[in-house]
Design a protein around this ligand. Sequence first.
Ligand SMILES: Cc1cc2nc3c(=O)[nH]c(=O)nc-3n(C[C@H](O)[C@H](O)[C@H](O)COP(=O)(O)O)c2cc1C
Length: 158
Amino acid sequence: MQSLIVYDSLYGNTQKIAEAVGGDMDGEARVVSVGEADLAGLKDINFLVVGSPTHGGRPTQALQKFLQNMPENSLKNIKVAAFDTRVLASEQGFWPRLFVNTIGYAAPKIARNLQSKGGILVVEPEGFIVEGKEGPLKKGELERASEWAKKICKEAQA
Ligand SMILES: Cc1cc2nc3c(=O)[nH]c(=O)nc-3n(C[C@H](O)[C@H](O)[C@H](O)COP(=O)(O)O)c2cc1C
């Protein structure tokens, strides 16, 4: 399996998750930041994982641009998965919690975009928790990212 993991990351937490996912994919996996990602390279892969920090309920601007710039049907026959990093809503006060629950998270939006370009979503979008805006990642999240990678490989073969 040839996998590409594309991420954006302001403070490094999403990058760590992306690297943990890449480390546990079957076959060859390349982990690249959205700035380095090359749309032409999509034709050489059979698995694409995209991850972003949640910014205002969405992926980062750079990641949204990357998704928008993907030509129609460019993910035809490519299996896809999406993740984000986020703060835990239940640990916020009432108003921030209501706000976060209303605007949602980046991963489901990434997943919809990937599907709209023809990608085959193999697992539900996943969120990994940071303890505050700059992190660090909540304890156990890197291990959960490794488990998630194993799960998506298993689903991809099913
Ligand atoms: C401008 C900005 C907007 C954010 N908006 C949200 C949000 O809507 N929901 C949320 O759960 N976290 C939000 N966060 C927290 C980010 O999820 C957190 O900074 C990110 O997961 C850290 O990942 P990174 O280290 O890869 O940048 C926001 C952070 C920034 C800087």
